[in-house]
Design a protein around this ligand. Sequence first.
Ligand code: BGC
Length: 379
Amino acid sequence: MKKKKCLSQILVASLIMSMALTGCGGARQAESSAAPAAESAASVASAPAASGAAGFAADSTIGVALPWLGTQNWKEADEMFRTQLAAAGFKAIVQHADNKVPQQQQQIESMIQNGAKVIVVGPVDGSQLGSVLEEAKAANITVIGYDRLIENTTGIDGVVQFGSVKTGELQGQALLDGLAAKKGKGPYNIELFGGGPADPNAPNFFKGAMTVLQPKIDDGTLVVVSGQKDFTQCATLDWDNSKAQARMDSLLSGFYSKKEIDGVLSPNDGIARAIITASEQAGQKIPVVSGLDAENESVEWIWSGKQYSTVAKPTDLLVGKTIEIIKSLQAGSGMPAPTTKVNNGKTDVGVYELAPLVVTKENAKEVFAKDAGRLALLK
Ligand code: BGC
């Protein structure tokens, strides 16, 4: 698709640049600082999986288990996996689990029964798929985590994702930049929101953001008026926008009846719009709010000045990378070398990592220059 090309090129370029700056990501330590000391390289799940090593028929069944279709990125993934797996000659089973763990377990179970050679999983809950994935492993099926890590299991062969801690750093930095640009001199009153606690990305986004924000909280530039600064206090169950809006309503009525709120850390675009709506309804001036996904509605809000920033993590790049790995497995070449690795609580998992990119009104035209769909929203 031509429209995605420019953004893809920018991201690939920024990935190459960041690899150059860090002296190449290949040798970089796992993102999770909680990761136990590296085990031997042999345990890294980048070795050819049993099925991959032997290759499989070009028209094999490939399963894709997505968590839900509640945000634009997952809807895009659903559509792109269907189209692109079929175009590559595979039989695709693409399902989503409506954010329900048992439903996802059953869907994966049935993909195993249907003879899938590879199962791609965006988990509803990163730590609830251990037994069904061990079953997949026993059946020599290669399991690839998609967008989200799968935790506490050896039944995962790799994960394709945008750097999750890096995403949070971009969100935290955008909030700081936006405050300086839009709200005069500090100190600034802010609140913090996290994503769904079952999603392994959510604590990483928050952690990345806090590496940027905590020093500014410590030096008094930022004031978290509610005092709610732990991920568990700030998380949004199931990434549910209405729960975020309810929390924002009560923060505003509880702590801001005589104060102005200047900024809010938001983990994605849906929650950003919920936060902005709650602020407007409470009669506040619109705070500076971060986001994620470059959802159409938020791209419009960024252009009109209602939302300050988002982070683009283009679905076509993530799906494209996943299909490239599936083709390598099909050809008998095994899993390609990963960018880095992360410990999932049970084993070191190879990560195929892409670079996210921050978007504000200032760079939106440039970022979406060849993304006809999003570019059309900038007017
Ligand atoms: C994804 C985000 C998405 C969120 C909620 C996360 O795992 O990385 O793109 O907004 O889930 O669906």
